[in-house]
Design a protein around this ligand. Structure first.
Ligand SMILES: [Fe+2]
Length: 349
């Protein structure tokens, strides 16, 4: 009899003078999990970057206003009790920062996926063993500038699964110029094949495979076609759970062949000044595994409080109920049922 409760959180960014305080208010919730994983959406500053900042130049050449965290910030995930993190995102980079984050995670004993000194290392899994159960994590970003973010054969960076898009004019566009066009998105076949290969290699090494996907459109509730394409293909290839992030707000939850897809978890801890008083709601997912199978899927609503600290929301509070209702509405197109049972938000079909 082997039982493990996996806890998963979305976007985490820590940039504060006391990093140990970042997860302090939500620690009882984090401590419920036997294995804890989150998406690391941060990079750390280097000396040239510090100098650039003094001159008013931004930390990432492609993201106006982005501010790297300090290397000490990585200690927050240790204090929070994270066993592993996924690091592939649109703010991964530069090469120096990627290696510096990896150095800190390794020093603190936090496993990581999605970042590496080269392409093979970035695509390698993080494997955590608890109660005799092995859980493997893979991390990818589909949101990135190809010039800066992807790990290459000879460049540190992030693991990617590229997507493409096209604009499809409305069938009334000739008659009615200005009619809203549709957006179509799909996965790059070569990068999709690489991801499926990663999953196939990991599958025999572990009891459960978890995919962490940085994807979609920020501040959007709509799930893009390619997210569904990626999630279904990954589950067909043996993935058990998918968590998504980048939208900074919760999106719908799908149970596909009994495997949960959290299309976007929303922000968890997030200190970057641009979203400091904005997009405060998120969820923490729990997946209970028993004897090699998924036993229960649930989530807990969270928000960031006046001090920008992530904190639990009671499922009976107006704020907690608002998050649950929003996720319920967004999950309805996937025929997902969301019920509050004994203080837990339980997901079923
Ligand atoms: Fe992002």
């Amino acid at each position: 009899m082997s039982k493990v409760l996996l806890g998963l959180v979305g976007e985490t960014n820590v940039n504060r003078s006391d990093p140990d305080s970042a997860f302090a208010k939500v620690k009882p919730l984090l401590d419920r999990a036997d294995v804890l994983f989150g998406h690391l959406e941060t990079t750390v500053s280097n000396d040239p970057s510090e100098n650039m900042r003094k001159e008013g130049i931004i930390d990432l050449p492609f993201k106006q206003g982005w501010v790297h965290s300090k290397p000490e910030a990585v200690g927050a995930w240790k204090s929070g009790g994270f066993d592993a993190v996924g690091g592939a995102s649109n703010v991964s980079g530069d090469a120096w920062s990627t290696m510096r984050v990896i150095e800190e995670l390794d020093r603190l004993g936090i496993k990581h996926a999605g970042l590496g000194e080269n392409k093979a290392a970035a695509r390698a899994p993080a494997i955590v063993e608890k109660n005799g159960v092995k859980i493997g994590f893979l991390s990818y970003t589909s949101v990135f500038y190809p010039q800066f973010v992807p790990a290459l054969v000879n460049r540190p960076g992030a693991a990617t699964v590229k997507a493409h898009m096209s604009i499809v004019p409305s069938f009334r566009s000739e008659e009615m110029p200005g009619a809203m066009p549709a957006v179509k998105t799909w996965l790059d076949e070569a990068e999709k094949a690489l991801m499926l290969d990663d999953i196939a290699k990991l599958r025999p090494l572990v009891d459960h495979v978890i995919l962490s996907c940085h994807w979609g459109v920020s501040d959007a509730e709509k799930v893009q076609d390619y997210q569904i394409e990626l999630a279904h293909a990954a589950i067909d290839a043996g993935t058990d759970v998918i968590i998504g992030h980048h939208a900074h707000r919760p999106q719908g939850i799908e149970l596909y062949n009994g495997k949960p897809i959290f299309y976007s978890m929303g922000n968890f801890a997030f200190d970057w000044w641009f979203v400091r008083n904005w997009l405060k709601e998120g969820i923490m997912a729990f997946v209970s595994f028993e004897n090699g199978a998924i036993d229960k899927v649930s989530f807990a609503p969270v928000h960031r409080d006046e001090g920008n600290d992530v904190a639990s929301l009671s499922v009976d509070s107006p704020e907690g109920l608002a998050v649950i209702e929003a996720v319920r509405k967004l999950s309805a197109p996937f025929d997902t049922k969301i019920d509050v049972v004994g203080g837990e938000v339980v997901i079923s079909r």
